[in-house]
Design a protein around this ligand. Sequence first.
Ligand SMILES: Nc1ncnc2c1ncn2[C@@H]1O[C@H](COP(=O)(O)OP(=O)(O)OP(=O)(O)O)[C@@H](O)[C@H]1O
Ligand SMILES: [Mg+2]
Length: 266
Amino acid sequence: MSYKLAIATIKGGVGKTTIVHNLAGAFAEWGRKVLVVDLDQQGNLSSAFLKNIYNVPTTLYHILIDPDRPTSTAIQPTDFPNIDILPANLDLSRIEFQLAGDPEAQYYLADKLREVNHYDLILLDPPPHPGLMTLSALVAADGVIIPVECQEWAARGTTYVLEMIRRVRRRANPQLRLLGYVINKYDGRRKLEQTYKEVLLERYGADVFQTIIRNSVKYPESASMRRPLTSYHPTSVQADAFRQLAREISQRAFHRRQRAARSGRD
Ligand SMILES: Nc1ncnc2c1ncn2[C@@H]1O[C@H](COP(=O)(O)OP(=O)(O)OP(=O)(O)O)[C@@H](O)[C@H]1O
Ligand SMILES: [Mg+2]
């Protein structure tokens, strides 16, 4: 069965897409079969893997809007072994309107992903606002990671997404686990940034992943070259950071899952 991991927060530009792109590279390098799902009409994740996202005939939109259309019809291979993509583009902007008033809408993604259970890992990249796509990602996911920057308003988007997680766990997806917070774009030269880092560590403690993703031009560069860093610059410290983060995620997600399965058998 696939492990579904959403990288979510209600704040733009903190690195959700960058994290999905590069985690896919790190997990695929270990031989894990990965599906990345673009839930954002901006299509940034799709552009990080595919050349022209507007020529894609079938996208996430088409399978969500049509219950009879198999999920596999929208999945494409990428240039990288073990990574497939379920892309999105501006078509997705219509979905909120078209499914408005449908009380089941938040479950459609989860239903559709059940059809493609042969992946080891499904990475979900929602948009930065609390609409249907973020909600669908949280309803479908087993785990969620919240990216944070060490800045003044870091806690804002976090508070909002935590509230959404709480709501989703009450009924729609009680299994959803918060795997932790990832500090992204850390520079560390500014005193204020260090102070915010300490505040985050105080507030969230061991929930903060030990791996810190530092600010580096290599991340935007690798996205524009349409290659995860593990492929674009495999020997870089930035690629290593993602291998390390992937290891930490594995420990938190898969080991916890095995424990749960064991205790279920006892
Ligand atoms: N560690 C980093 N160092 C430098 N630049 C980064 C880093 N992480 C992300 N970026 C850059 O910051 C910008 C925003 O990142 P990204 O698109 O991943 O964020 P996002 O949370 O997905 O944004 P959105 O909310 O619009 O979906 C991009 O240009 C990306 O290349
Ligand atoms: Mg994004």
